[in-house]
Ligand binder design. Structure first.
Ligand code: GTP
Ligand code: MG
Length: 374
């Protein structure tokens, strides 16, 4: 009997010890798995149970950069017409001096041809113009004022009848999409920035797409233009597929109900096939969201015949609907307007007349011809 009692007691003792050890283990395990105490943090808020007076913290307000107000159309046009006249009047004055001679002999007509060709009017258009002037201003003088005749004929050459309206509006509640193309250095990014300002001045909402993803600097350049007038710039990391940035930009335009999306592109012309593929893809991808309403080819007016060769390539690749002739302020060769329109069968819609933010103007044939005539 006592043996049984002893055995029961021994089992009970073992059980008690086992339970005690088990509990201890659990506790220590819990302790081990408890999260480490947070390190003292100077920025941590004071404990809530301590009655320390807490000063109301002023919300951190980053001052919004002051937005620039782009120049309105009226004063812009007056200013830029003067600048155009300043750069181009040499050609018109030269022609008028020759046409006003007492006798218009063969030497004079040759000099007139040379003057026109030097101003990049192009051989074909020059011959046409000289033919018409010869007919109207006969050797003996038909009484017509050379200036009036020259003005009319230059206007015919520049083709005042072309539709030069920029297609910046979309249909069915979608934004207009402007795709800007051209070789590097022609002034694409600058033109995108300046065009955004024109639209902002007209109270339109604009989104910019930085689809020149080859250089980070190109994206920054566009971002700066956007920031100055409070326009959103959609961008990707350096090396992102340009088509995906273009897609995102147009998507943002659609989602936010913007009026116009302008897409800047890279200008490298490694080879025609590569460029064709890339621009084709950009356009296709954009059009999953909204049709491209305007394809602007940016051409540097100072590049003369080279510029025309480039224009031809882009004309074949992208369905160009308008030309932007930049740097007319740095070139007295405004005749390129005539040649490039002939080559592409597309109107010059905008002209760049300086590096200033508002130095872009719609191209007006009569103001242009007046500027030529001085
Ligand atoms: N004088 C003058 N300079 C201009 C005009 N338009 C652009 N420029 C200058 O031309 C240079 C090139 O302009 P960008 O806009 O960077 O040319 P881009 O075509 O974007 O060049 P990439 O991005 O390298 O392909 C800049 O220094 C501009 O300030 C203009 O109408 N007149
Ligand atoms: Mg650029």
């Amino acid at each position: 009997m006592s043996l049984i009692v002893l055995l029961v007691l021994a089992i009970a003792l073992v059980a008690v010890i086992a339970v005690a050890v088990g509990v201890g283990l659990t506790v220590s395990t819990r302790r081990r798995s408890a999260p480490p105490a947070a390190p003292a943090d100077v920025l941590a808020p004071p404990p809530t149970d301590v009655e320390t007076p807490v000063e109301a913290e002023a919300p951190v307000v980053t001052p919004a950069p002051a937005l620039e107000r782009p120049e309105g159309t009226a004063s812009r046009l007056v200013r830029l017409r003067q600048r155009l006249a300043g750069s181009q009047s040499g050609l018109g004055r030269g022609l008028l001096a020759l046409l006003s001679r007492d006798r218009l002999d063969e030497d004079t007509w040759e000099s007139i041809e040379d003057t026109l060709i030097t101003a990049d009017v192009g051989v074909g258009p020059t011959q046409e113009l000289v033919e018409r002037l010869r007919t109207r201003l006969r050797v003996d003088g038909g009484g017509d004022d050379p200036r009036t005749v020259l003005r009319e004929e230059l206007l015919t050459l520049v083709d005042a009848g072309m539709d030069r309206r920029l297609q910046v509006s979309g249909a069915d509640g979608r934004p207009g999409v402007v795709l800007v193309v051209g070789v590097n250095g022609s002034g694409k990014t600058t033109t995108v920035g300046k065009l955004a300002r024109i639209l902002v001045a007209e109270d339109r909402t604009v989104v910019l797409g930085a689809a020149d993803t080859f250089r980070a600097a190109a994206v920054e350049q566009l971002a700066t233009w956007g920031e100055r007038v409070g326009v959103d710039v959609v961008r990707g990391a350096e090396g992102t597929d340009p088509a995906s940035v273009a897609f995102d930009a147009v998507k943002e335009g659609v989602d936010t109900g913007a009026d116009t999306v302008i897409v800047d592109t890279a200008g490298r012309l490694q080879n025609k096939a590569g460029l064709m593929d890339e621009l084709g893809k950009v356009k296709r991808v954009i059009e999953k969201q909204a049709p491209v309403t305007e394809v602007l080819l940016v051409l540097d007016a100072t590049t003369g015949q080279n510029g025309l060769i480039q224009a031809r390539v882009f004309g074949e690749i992208a369905n160009v609907t308008g030309i932007v002739l930049t740097k007319l302020d740095g070139s007295a060769k405004g005749g390129i307007v005539v040649q490039v329109q002939r080559e592409l069968g597309v109107p010059v819609k905008l002209v760049g007349l300086g590096e200033g933010a508002d130095d872009l103007a719609p191209f007006e044939p009569s103001a242009f011809v007046d500027a030529l005539l001085g």
